[in-house]
Write a protein that binds this ligand. Sequence first.
Ligand SMILES: [Cu+2]
Length: 364
Amino acid sequence: MNIFIKHILLFSTLTAATSAAFAAPSFSCCPADENYVGRPDDHAPISVMGDHTHAKGGWMMSYRYMHMDMDGMRNGTERVSSRDVFADGYMVAPESMSMNMHMVGFMCAPTDTLTLMLMANYIETEMDHNVSPMSAGTINNGSTKFTTQTRGLGDVKVGGLYRFYLEENRKAHAGLSLSLPTGSIDEKDTTPGMGGPANRQLPAPMQLGSGTVDLLPSLTYVQQFERWSYGAQANAVIRLESENDNGYRLGDVFGATTWAGYNLSEWVGINTGLSYTYSSKLKGTQDDVNQGPMMGNETVTTAYNHNYGGERLDAIFGINLYMPTGALKGQRVAIDLRMPLWQDLNGYQLETDSIVTIGWQMAF
Ligand SMILES: [Cu+2]
């Protein structure tokens, strides 16, 4: 971890040093203002949520597509194979997972300091698994592989951002949203088990929602200079209920993200950043997800609470395109890539390999 602390320190020092070197900027934030010409780095990398506010009367529609790839497992920081997982007593080990998320967002600002937000998403997941050769005959008709899929509406998020600080080129806002349990937690698919493959309840990572009402607080600070800017955001996911209808509660999440953006021209900006995420373990027991012991073995890793939660540090690289004038005025297209630099996962879990987010935003 030391090397990453060093990177963060280096990043902060560079940021502080360069800020002194630039002239006083003309900071504004307000596409609703007729005279305001926006800039690519008015927005953070596209995967950062709740990064900006709007001026009174401003509103924005957005669409984001996120693709996440997970391949191979870890125990702590070490990579492990399915064979290692079987040797530790499990019959089934996830091998890889991909998730596509389509997010539609709406923002509007009744006042200069308050921006309201609404976001809905549609999720598609797919997970490939390996079955221990010793158990395959009994639980999976002899096959050592199976795949599960789910798709559907995720949890709807509704809330607001309150800008409590604005001075010259610096601003800060606090966010508070609720995540409502609109996403299904009753997704089933064909999985192995006693008597062979059958349609069974899937474990939490394949479900479309948390099943609980969750509170999403955040705090964001941004400072802009002539051609570049930087920002930082702390955010959390706090589960407000002790368990969902299926007897469990996902872990709370805490995140800290920092980024810097540089405008190559009026309409092209590049950005980079670091994002740290901590998640706590799942609590309770997932109804209808078999924990065994079955023939003296554990079932699948995702059935057990000690295989949930952990920490991750991602590097972010992105491009923001912004149309300051013309027929496409106010439109943005952006992409960013998140690559984990380090991850320390509780128990056995799939590691995250990459997350790509592409977005379109239109402000009025
Ligand atoms: Cu917006």
